[in-house]
Write a protein that binds this ligand. Sequence first.
Ligand SMILES: CC(=O)N[C@H]1[C@@H](OP(=O)(O)OP(=O)(O)OC[C@H]2O[C@@H](n3ccc(=O)[nH]c3=O)[C@H](O)[C@@H]2O)O[C@H](CO)[C@@H](O)[C@@H]1O
Ligand SMILES: C=C(OP(=O)(O)O)C(=O)O
Length: 416
Amino acid sequence: MNKIEILGGKPLQGVVTIQGSKNAVLPILAASVLNKGITVLHGCPKILDVIYMIEILKEIGCYIKWNEESLMIDASTIVSGAISKEYAQKMRSSVILFGSLLARKGEASIVYPGGCIIGGRPIDLHIMALKKLNATIEEKNERIMGYTKELRGSEIYFPFSSVGATENVLLAAVLANGTTYIHAAAKEPEIQILCSFLREMGADISGDGTDCITVNGVKELKDIEYRIPSDRIVAGTYLLAAVATRGKILLKKAPTEHINEFLKVVEQLGARIFLLGEGVWINAQEATHSIEYLETNPYPGFPTDLQSQMMAVLSIADGESRLKENIFDGRFRLADELNKMGADIRIQGNEAVIHGVEKLKGGNVWAQDLRGGAALAIAGLAAENRTIVHDIGHIQRGYLDICKDLTELGADIRYS
Ligand SMILES: CC(=O)N[C@H]1[C@@H](OP(=O)(O)OP(=O)(O)OC[C@H]2O[C@@H](n3ccc(=O)[nH]c3=O)[C@H](O)[C@@H]2O)O[C@H](CO)[C@@H](O)[C@@H]1O
Ligand SMILES: C=C(OP(=O)(O)O)C(=O)O
């Protein structure tokens, strides 16, 4: 089953519950190795990236047990700080284990991480920050090896905000000797979620959600039971699927506090949105407007992880839209696939000029990354006739069961 088949043209209608967040759970899994004990995570999405991360944790000696949606990690038995190539190269977040393993074992060895091919994704800022905390880091035979006798608190100045580098230094600093200040820290909700998790584990962290995070190193951490918050990008994807099909849906457990700015953009498309106690309700029956200009930016700006899905929506809006991608320059590969479906998208550097067409037409298209794959599913839901999205392994890295969710919303969609 490496394909999704969609018979498009039906407005989405119904209720769906949003899964736990990929970008929150992955650094939390990396954080679990900091404690010589037990972490229990409830609402843990069994997506491919989580499965890969768990394989890595097992490989270094953790004992893992699933009980439905709850995951138990016993990290008391870690034997190694060396991560093998196999799973690390399938995902981005393997790199976040570098900081936590240095803190826990005093040594770590990784390969360049995988993850979505959406442009150059260097890890120079991760390495610079960990060196500042007194780690020696060198590259040998395609491996990045780190050693330290003792991690020491330091003052880190990032030249720009990086989610992953902020997470890596946070994980290393929690058990370091002394205080670390992270300047130009990322402010994404997943950073605040990671910090709240670490605080419950006994870490001393303040300032998350602002430009400067302060971490006072502590000697040890404690066992923890934690619920993974829901995924703002999955919620955004389904809201945009409702817009593309002019539907009317309720997203239960949507993380409303983290998607406020995004919801304002969805309203510009002509949708009506209501925040309810249980989640977000959207009526997109009249949502046909284009958006003159929209650009991606670090939080609270428009998320790069929703840019592709927005491109699919704008490809059938009334009029012309311009989308600028400021974070990952490889995300526009999607335009060729949408153009195969009858869209009219021209790429000019890091801007896409999108002339809305009346209808997309179904056909065979190929997912090339996680969010681009989800965007093709959205395009298929809105298109005439049958769409087949190939290479859906990309989508499954982040969406627990996109066909089940969209079927609950009345779509004609299945794996094949
Ligand atoms: C698992 C996870 O949480 N992934 C998210 C994380 O990715 P990730 O943590 O990889 O993204 P970053 O925030 O680090 O990347 C931001 C920018 O910084 C650049 N950069 C980053 C690190 C570095 O050492 N050097 C460097 O130049 C990147 O190429 C990019 O242009 O944040 C991205 C931006 O919100 C999201 O799209 C990803 O979904
Ligand atoms: C880019 C993404 O993921 P990753 O950083 O894990 O490749 C994403 O979630 O859209």
